[in-house]
Design a protein around this ligand. Sequence first.
Ligand code: NAP
Length: 288
Amino acid sequence: MSAQLLEGKSVALKIKEHIRLDAEALRQKLGRAPKLVSIQVGENPGSEVYIKSQEKNAKDLGIEFDLKKFDAATTQDELIKGIERLNCDKTASGIILQMPLPQHIDGKLISRYISPEKDVEAVHPQNMGEIVFGKARILPCTAASCMELLNSIQGLELYGKEAVIVGHSEIVGKPLALLLLNKFVTTTICHIATGQRGTLPEFVKKAEILIVAVGKAGIVKGDWIKEGAIVIDVGINRVEGKIVGDVEFDKAKEKASHITPVPGGVGPLTVAILMRNVIEAAKSQLLS
Ligand code: NAP
């Protein structure tokens, strides 16, 4: 059996249709379009690609986009002041801080200065905390993308399913575990210590839903996949000039019922979720 592909693009298209309508409704209420402000400190080729994609998607959807560039030598205090100015700027609906930042700037500390209402990546502790209570309106983009891919599977009942997440980062694995728990999925999280103990295959083999977000090509072997499992591969790795995921795709697709291709799986969805977060942020600012 060859697995059905879970492609982010078609799911993203549906989400974008809603965003377009919401953006237009907000434009009429506010008298201006909702706006995403992207902050970049210094230069980074990876960030440039992501920023271009943000700009293109925002414009396509009726969201204004503004890039605020700071010099690589900007101090932490100057950056905080810049963020505080944007927090007070009523025209800025959402703020995203491009990572990586120069070494002298502490990204985790700086993220706390973005107003939770404008934090469209949900990196502020308040937004992370809301996920625990199942009340978050703004969700971390990659974790939310994984949930959207699961929701796109027709007839899938999440309640009571057994999931394994490999990778416990703050932007993917940890929030995703909470999102799955909120749907009554029995969730196991594996991390570096699982790998070191040598028990990763054991956990993976039990997963009805497997989500891998590590950043190591082929760390999950195809023959570990449970027959009929749903496999979401978040990993992005460059191997011999090609982009590949963390799961051995060719073997895994023979065992899984559904699997994301890399590229083309989670990736195309994350920017759509970011745009949806801008809309959610603008809506909640209207209410406050
Ligand atoms: P990260 O912060 O480096 O986290 C990687 C996680 O993998 C950590 O929790 C790490 O555990 C764990 N890990 C490392 N080696 C392991 C092993 N041998 N066995 C089990 N777990 C292990 O990375 P991230 O930001 O979450 O990103 C993960 C991957 O997803 C990267 O390839 C990234 O490029 C990709 N990504 C893709 C998208 C997208 O839109 N498609 C978005 C975000 C990220 P410790 O922390 O304990 O070391």
